[in-house]
Design a protein around this ligand. Sequence first.
Ligand code: DC
Length: 244
Amino acid sequence: MSRGGSRTSGERSGEAGTFIIAIDGPSGTGKSTVARRVAAALGAGYLDTGAMYRMVTLAVLRAGVDPVDSTAVVEVLEGLNFSSPQGPGHQAHILHGVDVSDEIRGQDVTLAVTPVSANPSVRAWLFDRQQLLAHSGRMVVEGRDIGTVIAPEADLKIYLTADAAERARRRHTQNVGAAAGSHVSGLDLAAVAQDLERRDTHDATRAHAPLQAAADAVVLDSSSLELSETVDEVLELARSRGIR
Ligand code: DC
């Protein structure tokens, strides 16, 4: 598979009916929900690349390795085996045979995922898998660097934003809703805002594949949009690119 760096949006050589919709942006914009709903509406697959970084991070923590020790982190990658579900409904994330879907959303992983995802060896290790799956048919792919690095030739690139206070509020509401399922972070709103700020600053300023909108991405500010309005907007953009 080519790294595709020289092609730009819409210049894909894929088979008829296949497509890639890239949805990038900072945390707490509703990206995951929007991406899943868009995938479901189009009968497409959905790939959550953030979950892959979280799986690696959980494996690092379980191995007792310091997430900032880049050499030791790379050793954890050897023999690492986890699933990459592609259904837009409930996704079971399996690490070495065990469902860790709740655990990867917990506070320990959320705090440690920043240095792990900034590690160039981890990014290189995940690159092939992400690129292969992104190009596997009709796919909606969510992350930070999909439109810039993983699929620069995507048929549609969305960069989803929302103002910081609104993102913190949404993430907090999501955490509270999920708290019934244990494991999940019990941070209060101010701490959630601080954590989002910390992660986004790191993601946007790291040396490798920083969070940024592709030059040809459609920037959608969802601050004052209902979820369904954002989904409709993305579907409308998809239709305008011939995606059905
Ligand atoms: O979307 P998320 O919060 O589950 O992502 C977890 C972390 O992984 C996030 O802090 C940024 C990182 N990430 C990344 O660097 N590149 C991606 N394509 C997806 C996520």
